[in-house]
Design a protein around this ligand. Sequence first.
Ligand SMILES: [Zn+2]
Length: 203
Amino acid sequence: MNSDITPTAGAVSKLIQELNKLPGVGPKSAQRLAYHLLRASEEQARQLADAILSVKQKTRLCSVCFNITDSDPCPICRSPQRDRAKICIVEQPQDILAMEHTKTYNGLYHVLHGAISPTEGVGADDIRIKELMNRFQGSSVNEVILATNPNLEGETTAMYLSKLISPLGIRVTRLARGLPFGTELEYADDVTLTQAIEGRQEF
Ligand SMILES: [Zn+2]
């Protein structure tokens, strides 16, 4: 047997290679997906290919909140039902999905597209902070909710924004940190437990 002969057809190898580049898709999953697609109907395959192409061709960033959208301004910025006095600041567009999924927030958003990270050379000018500050001019915003990630970069960004926004007379709040629902106290790490104690609320 000649070991130079690859066991799969070139087109299949190529597909496995491309799938393997996706986040969270390891070589085994890539293989499984590729063979699944191989068995799928041509129609199904075309629908997937079209969906992938159209996210690149038909979507853009909302000129107001910088969320990913296919109409500008995006449906949230356009909606008369949303509370225009509140802006929730997130790092990435997918954070909006998580927030919307809870159905507990009815204000507007602003996507920074990153977080300040001195170690990775990301400064305040590299994310959409200037655009955020412009939104406050002549607006009725009275509360900004900092929903950046609870890690070093997210905290640094939240701190920076808070110093920038508070002097404008706008209330600045931060998502509460603490124990995830369903956790037992004895298994909580020190940072989480400390934040839970500091962020305690009236019962
Ligand atoms: Zn928008």
